[in-house]
Each structure stands twice: as C-alpha cells, then as structure tokens.
Write a protein that binds this ligand. Structure first.
Ligand code: SF4
Ligand code: SF4
Length: 449
C-alpha cells in the first residue's frame, strides 16, 4: 500500500483518495507511522490515531484500471466544424483564412444511429450527444436539423436524449433562446467583463463580443439547462480573478465556473501576454472559490476535482467517440497537427459513406494505454488519481518531461488547499496559501498491507 504525504508546516497531510482518507497529523505521529509501518499500531490519548490506523488498513477502492474489452463509448461527440467566428488573441486552433468545413449531415445521422443502437444494446436510457468545434453553432441550421433528428431517433428507441455543447456564445438572440430550450448543458467560454473579453476574445475583425455574450449568458442562465462558464486566465487578467468570478456569478447565475490558465502555444509566444504564475493562480483560485461558494456557484479546476478518481483526465483512454467533419473517429477534439507534434495519432476508426462504423482495435488499445499508470511524471504525485496527468497532448504526452510543469505546481497547490478546506481546517488552509508551493512530499510504502 502507498500512502502519499505532504508536509504542511510542522505537520503532515496524508492523503489516500482511493480509501477516501485525508488527515493532518503532527510530526511525531507521522514519523512513528513512517518508522513502524502499519503493523505496530498507533495510539494517542484521544484515540484519534488508533482510528486513523484502522482506516489505513482498509483496502479502499481498487485503482481505476485501463479499459479493456469491446469499445464502449458513453457519449457521441460531433466536431461540427473547425471554423470559428471569433479571433481570440491566444488561440491557434484554426486558420481564420480557411473556409470552414461543416460536417455532412449524413455523417452525423449515421453516427447518431450507431450510438443509439449501442445504448439500446447496453440497456441504458440515455443518448448523450456533445458538440465541439471550432464553434459548433457556426452553422445553426445544421445544429437545429441534427438536434431534431436526434430527438426523433432517440424517441423511437425509447431513449432520453441529452445535448451538451462548448460554445463561444456568439449567436443572435433567437438562436440563444433556441439553445436555452433545447440543450441540457452549455459550457460558455468567456474571459471577463467588456474590457477583458473584447481585448482577448474579440469577434473576427476585432469586433465587440461582450455585448452579445452578456445578453446570451443571461439567456442561458435563466434556462433549465446546466450552465457553466469557462474562463481562460492570463497573467494579465489574474489580478481581476475574484472580481470576474463575482461578476459572472451575480450577473449570469451559472451552476459552475471553470478556471483554466492560459497554456503556452505559438499564438501565445507571439502575443504580449502569458500564462499566470501557478502559485498566485492557486491563491486567487482559493479565495475566489470561497466567495463563489457563498453565491451558490461552484468554482472548478478540472485537474483538481476531489470528487473524481480516474486513470485518464478526458475522453482519451475512456472510449470517447468523437467524429470529425471528415467522419474520422478519435477520442480527442484537438487538431491532428497537435497530436502529431507530440508523436501521437489518436484516430482509431472511421464512418464509411454507407454508415458503417469501423474500429481499428490495435489503435484503440494503444489509446487506452494512455493512462496515468503509464505517465512517469505522475508516479509519486498525490494528485494522480484526480488529475491523471491532465491533457495527454498538451501536458503529459508519451516521452514528455518528468519534471513538474507550472500546471503541475498549480494543480498540486490547489489540491492541497482543497483537501485542507474539505477537512474544515480553514486556518491551516489560509496559512498554506501564504506559501503555496508544495515541496518535500512523497509516498510511504507499506508492503505488509
Ligand atoms: S505530476 Fe502533474 S500531471 Fe501528473 S498527476 Fe501530478 S499534477 Fe497531474
Ligand atoms: S487529450 Fe487533451 S485536447 Fe484531447 S480531449 Fe484530452 S484534454 Fe482534450
């Protein structure tokens, strides 16, 4: 058994998510545990160490294992187009000069039919459809047709259909109302109030995007749908983080706000902005999180979710079934060029013009092996069952550095703060934030258990 620990001042945080266990122990108890292992027992006056000792012997959940057996997707992802109507200053996801290709309706319908049959065969009640881009609502008539067809197809098979989309929110009022009434979940990318949004996420041609998003975010926030806002945080916008979270929480009433820090890319290296300092980000995340909680909004950092244990962070290695505009099947919505840059190919099948889904089992097995157990950097990290190495392309590609990156530092600091916060150790948590760099952590190994 392996037990991760993190020094916190004079004390030690021990953390074993698979056992559902977190405890702050003093140095004496920790050194006794380290020296004598679990067989010798632990005792103190109030019996708390004995209790902890008992919990440590509980084997807990097994490690999340890599997938095997037949391909079993839990949602269908459609990359409707790679085109976009914005020109965000830090994005190099698409070529603005290129005419965007829209997925043929027949590909989408064939994929829908195949996925619906899978769900019937598995005896589930739901058909989950996720739309990705570029900007998936770029061709709104296409979306309306696919949503209508998917609804009919699901009804015929006795399934309940659920629609989810990630969007930049640029659409007219009528379309925003349609989205509000037909979608179950919307993730809106929006970076801040007008001066931030218009500077870093302008419309194509440098237009004001804020006024459109301000109206549409209010529309989404009023609906029955699960409305989530995703903020990309730059070094230049970090100081406004708490204000932005407060503004979004009050104005739009989302159920959650997801914070991501800007990642290095070609576009970023050409711009006059950069990723935020990881520890300052962690500190501000924690304070914004407490404030958002008081307003009924959950603040999320996707690699620091204590409520999830997993061996892969995303649809990759989790049998994600994502179709691109050409009918190729992968588990990742990134551009092929980014995969190739990291020496990865994530296609594992295609939909033929006759509607047959072909799966390349060998390629699927290769993709399923991209789990955290195979990422050397994560081996001894206490975050590994939550973060699972993050993005396979941009963060922990095979053969990548074994050093902690800035994103690792951010994840590790936020995770420690979240554990302390979840233990109601607010004074310790606040003190930790004064110097939130995590150092000296490790793993106790107890071979006898
Ligand atoms: S080493 Fe980095 S990528 Fe791996 S689990 Fe830890 S924080 Fe995540
Ligand atoms: S590999 Fe990275 S880009 Fe691809 S789906 Fe996973 S998190 Fe997203």
């Amino acid at each position: 058994m392996n037990l991760p620990y993190i020094p916190i001042g004079e004390d030690y945080l021990i953390y074993s998510p698979l056992q559902g266990l977190a405890a702050l122990v003093n140095g004496e108890a920790f050194h006794c545990l380290r020296k004598r292992g679990l067989s010798a027992g632990l005792k103190n006056r109030d019996g708390s160490l004995e209790q902890l000792h008992k919990r440590l012997k509980d084997p807990g959940e097994p490690e999340p294992s890599p997938r095997s057996g037949p391909f079993e997707p839990h949602f269908l992802g459609l990359i409707t187009t790679r085109g976009c109507n914005m020109s965000c200053s830090y994005c190099d996801f698409h070529d603005p000069e290129k005419d965007p290709e829209i997925m043929g309706i027949s590909i989408a319908l064939q994929a829908l039919g195949w996925m619906a049959d899978q769900e019937v065969r598995r005896g589930t009640r739901f058909l989950n459809i996720h739309f990705f881009g570029g900007e998936p609502f770029l061709s709104i008539d296409w979306m309306k047709q696919v949503v209508e067809e998917a609804g009919g197809l699901a009804r015929k098979r006795g399934l309940q259909v659920r629609f989810v989309a990630c969007t930049n929110g640029v659409m007219n009022e009528e379309d925003a109302l349609w989205v509000r009434d037909h979608f179950d979940s919307i993730v809106l990318s929006m970076d801040g109030p007008a001066e931030v949004q218009n500077k870093y996420r302008p419309l194509k041609g440098k237009g004001d995007s804020f006024s459109t998003l301000n109206r549409n975010a209010k529309i989404f926030g009023e609906g029955r749908l699960d409305f989530v806002i995703r903020i990309c945080v730059l070094d230049q916008t970090l100081s406004r983080l708490e204000d932005t979270v407060q503004f979004f929480s009050r104005e739009y009433g989302p159920s959650a706000i997801v914070l991501e820090s800007l990642r290095d890319s070609d576009a970023v290296s050409k711009g006059s902005f950069g990723p935020p300092n990881p520890w300052e980000f962690a500190r501000r995340f924690a304070h914004a999180s407490i404030m958002a909680e008081s307003l009924g909004v959950k603040l999320v950092h996707s690699t620091c979710r204590l409520d999830k244990t997993q061996s892969s962070f995303c649809p990759v290695a989790n049998d994600g079934f994502i179709i691109d505009p050409q009918g190729r099947i992968s588990s990742c919505y990134q551009l092929e060029g980014e995969w190739l840059r990291q020496g990865l190919s994530l296609y594992f099948g295609r939909i033929s013009p006759q509607g047959k889904v072909h799966i390349d089992e060998e390629a699927l097995a290769r993709i399923r092996s991209l789990v955290v157990q195979n990422k050397p950097r994560c081996r001894s990290c206490f975050c590994k069952w939550h973060c699972a190495g993050g993005c396979h392309i941009l963060h922990t590609p095979p053969g990548g550095s074994e050093e902690y990156s800035d994103l690792c530092h951010q994840t590790r600091s936020i995770t420690v703060w979240k554990i302390l916060h979840s233990l109601d150790l607010e004074v310790v948590a606040e003190r930790f934030l004064e110097h939130p760099r995590v150092e000296g952590d490790g793993v106790l190994e107890f071979p006898e258990i």
